[in-house]
Design a protein around this ligand. Sequence first.
Ligand code: ZN
Length: 228
Amino acid sequence: MKNYFYLGKREPEYRQLLQQDCIRLEDKVIPLSQVVSAEQVHGSRIHICSQSDSGAGFGDKAKIAGVDGLITQVPEQYLMIRTADCAPILMMDKQHRAVAALHSGREGTRQNIVGKAIDMLRAHFGILPQDLSVWVGACICAEHYQVSPELYEQFVSSMQEQGLHPRLNDNHQLDIRSAVFQQLLSAGVAFRDIDQDMNCTHADRGYHSFRRDGSNRRQINLVGIEHE
Ligand SMILES: [Zn+2]
């Protein structure tokens, strides 16, 4: 078995996919019948997928409702997270026992969806944080993510309640990347096992950005376990 992951850029774009029956990537073609899509409601609930969830979010089959994270052990089942400024996070067990895909924007990060996924991987599959490799995709940087004083204060105090140290600034800018990185380390993932795409989706036109364009276009991010 091996892990497969893909962090998206502009193409292939999510809504265009819905007109097709597969995802065509440079190295691979994945039938949508093997993909699972989460509803993504800016929360921190995570669903453990079974074989019957394959194809959720495509054709007549509804997305997995009410969740922003997916975990699977099923080989050849690919978990999809859509992003356009929020951070996509893909987790892989080095022994290929399970993978996770998470959507961590302001609310997911504030509610520590990353820590919840790591807890679930341990509780359900005996996977320890040090067993994980983690990829964090492009997301909006702090400079481009100014929020209201109220939302800023709420975010900072939630981070502090988690024992973390959010980067403070006078402009009410949220640093999602730094927060997610701290959550991963705090949960016990090794520094060397975290890989980050440092690009800002707002600054780099190679990505879709909701804040920049108000667009409904989305990067797709995928993770799965597959046969060698
Ligand atoms: Zn930026």
